[in-house]
Design a protein around this ligand. Structure first.
Ligand SMILES: *Cc1c(COP(=O)(O)O)cnc(C)c1O
Length: 365
């Protein structure tokens, strides 16, 4: 079986630069919160045209610490989507707040903003949209609702590094934007890592304390915090890849348009709204013959993955929330019909064509 994503090809292309930067870091003997983390924070801050950027240990921590820093805690409700990676809801639960799910749009798989207001109660404190698969959620509508009801907005940008709406980058709309540098993400490290971007300096300083045991230095601890720092080695690797992120995203978009041209007659292909710049963290097709297609691909040694087979409200870990099948019909139906195909900058076009031929045969036979 071919791999869903081949990170080795990219490594071999940037190997020399990685070796130089790793040697520099290892010789510096500054391994935690050193110059590379600051340099990466500054690059990512400027890229998003925001005031602050703070490296943390993971995307999950980025969401957790952001929610905490804007004041979300015990007894609060946070509106989010059931069609996402589990960590989105996990981060809400870590704060003591409750995730309140809202169904998704069938075209982009993002939260359906027309259903948000019905879910707002006195306890609602924040909206946590996810830019799923790299397509931006409808941030203008979400920010309008947030202003009207005085809610915080934390963006889960784990899958959307470089995506934008009318030229404005995801993560720069809300009170904080949360990125993951998990290796397979569009901007991926060689281990775990994350970053928070935001406009507010005071909230940023709280997050800087939270990531470092509640301390601003000098062994003075002003609050309880966490050990959640981005390390220098990951920051160094990310500096090498950050220089190329626009090029990597452009290559993903080129692959997506090849898939579109070959598959759009036979399956549902990803939609890109006119105001959106999609970065195709995943290229996800939709078909009622999903399982059959997947089997045929697998029989030919071609990879595909179902992101995500179980919406969050039906996950065993969230059974205490007492949701039932039928609560979020679009998310449930999408979970039965989606299939993600390999997409990464270095993906081989002959492999893409082979994948498409199998899909066309499976659907039309
Ligand atoms: C990857 C991911 C996360 C978690 O990021 P980690 O760095 O793995 O903690 C959160 N939300 C979404 C949508 C993700 O894809």
């Amino acid at each position: 079986m071919k791999p869903m994503i081949d990170l080795r090809k990219q490594y071999l292309e940037i190997k020399d630069e990685i070796s130089v930067i790793l040697d520099d870091i290892l010789r510096s003997s500054q391994y935690i919160l050193g110059r590379k983390v600051s340099e990466l924070e500054e690059n990512i801050r400027a890229y998003h045209a925001v005031e602050e950027a703070i490296g943390v240990a993971s995307g999950t921590d980025a969401i957790h610490l952001s929610l905490k820093a804007v004041g979300i805690g015990e007894g609060d409700e946070v509106i989010t989507t059931p069609f996402t990676f589990f960590a989105t809801a996990e981060a809400v639960l870590y704060t003591g707040a409750k995730p309140v799910f809202v169904d998704i749009e069938p075209e982009t798989y993002n939260i359906d903003v027309s259903l948000i207001e019905k879910k707002i109660t006195k306890k609602t404190k924040a909206i946590l949209p996810v830019h799923i698969f790299g397509h931006p959620a409808d941030m203008n509508a979400i920010m309008d609702i947030a202003r009207e009801y005085n809610l915080k907005v934390i963006e889960d940008c784990a899958q959307s590094f470089g995506a934008s709406l009318n030229g404005r980058k995801t993560g720069s709309f809300g009170d904080a934007g949360c990125f993951s540098f998990y290796p397979s993400k569009n901007l991926g490290a060689y281990g775990d890592g994350g970053m928070i971007i935001l406009h507010d300096k005071k909230v940023a300083n709280d997050i800087r304390k939270f990531r470092n045991h509640g301390s601003s230095g000098g062994y003075r601890h002003e609050c309880l915090g966490y050990n959640s720092r981005l390390d220098e080695i990951q920051a160094g690797i990310l500096l090498v890849k950050f220089k190329r992120i626009d090029e990597y995203n452009r290559m993903r978009r080129d692959k997506a348009s090849i898939y579109n041209s070959l598959l759009s007659d036979v399956v549902g292909c990803p939609v890109e709204k006119s105001e959106a710049f999609h970065v195709y963290h995943q290229y996800t097709i939709r078909s009622d013959k999903r399982d059959f297609i997947r089997q045929k691909l697998s029989d030919s040694g071609l990879p595909s993955v179902v992101y995500y087979p179980i919406p969050l409200h039906l996950q065993e870990a969230l059974r205490f929330m007492e949701h039932r099948e039928g609560d979020f019909p679009v998310a449930e139906r999408v979970s039965r019909e989606v299939l993600s195909l390999p997409i990464y900058p270095e993906l081989d076009e002959d492999d893409m064509r082979a994948t498409c031929e199998i899909i066309i045969r499976a659907v039309t036979q």
